[in-house]
Design a protein around this ligand. Structure first.
Ligand code: FES
Ligand code: FES
Length: 236
């Protein structure tokens, strides 16, 4: 199996898969599950540009027969200032690695379920995190690809005892109902205010256009961002 950053075409992936099927029919012992894993990885590999989804070369995970999966490989992620080691299949997204693998794999008390999985296809913004200071949808980045970057989740901006002003204003302004969209909105709002400390209403709408609230809290969210901007300008 070729590593994801090597040039791979759909047809090459298909030929590889077909070769494996015929091996299975020949009685070579390739299981159906293993075949499906191989096909899944082939499709993923074919869709990733050589420079990776984040626009940089994907770091090699390890050397050896299973360097690029489909089995789990060691991955080190720098999350909220901590270096965390886990083992995930190369197809696992950053979102799933954060939410589902951290405690299990690292055996540490890390709880990173703030980024939410809602659409799982880059449509809603509920999974928004920062990578090297830029907002990204964690459901659309592979965990292996996020190695070597600074990842910041909602948990990295404040906690219950010490809320970030944006988090606090979401509470004060009642900018949340079911709360599924809230972590993503907060991360996007913090990113906006870092770049633009005095955004107009239109600029707030534009910056948060990639986040969707199905409960209809947008008016309160906007109010929270405006009040947080005011506080941050005053250093409160
Ligand atoms: S869950 Fe990632 S954009 Fe919706
Ligand atoms: S508060 Fe429910 S989706 Fe936004």
């Amino acid at each position: 199996m070729k590593p994801p950053n090597e040039s791979t075409t759909d047809s090459a992936a298909g030929d590889d898969a077909r070769g494996r099927v015929s091996q299975a029919h020949d009685g070579s012992g390739l299981s159906r599950r293993r075949f499906l894993q191989a096909v899944g990885l082939g499709a993923t590999a074919a869709s990733i540009p050589e420079e990776g989804l984040l626009g940089k070369t994907v770091a090699p995970v390890r050397t050896g027969e299973d360097s690029w999966g489909p089995n789990a490989v060691p991955v080190t992620l720098n999350v909220n200032g901590e270096s965390l080691s886990l083992k995930v299949e190369p197809r696992v997204t950053l979102l799933d690695a954060l939410r589902n693998h951290m405690q299990l794999d690292t055996q540490e008390a890390v709880d990173l379920t703030g980024p939410k999985r809602v659409c799982d296809r880059s449509s809603c913004g509920a999974c928004t995190v920062m990578i090297d200071g830029k907002t990204v949808y964690a459901c659309s980045v592979l965990a292996v690809e996020a190695q070597g970057s600074e990842i910041t989740t909602i948990e990295g901006f404040g906690d219950v005892s010490s809320l970030h002003p944006v988090q606090d204003e979401f509470v004060q302004c009642d900018g949340s109902q079911c709360g599924f969209c809230t972590p993503g909105f907060v991360v996007s709002s913090i990113a906006l205010l870092r770049d633009n400390p005095s955004p107009s209403g239109e600029e707030i709408d534009h910056a948060l256009a990639g986040n969707i609230c199905r409960c209809g809290t947008q008016v309160r969210v906007k109010e929270a961002v405006q009040k947080a901007a005011h506080r941050l300008r005053e250093g409160r």
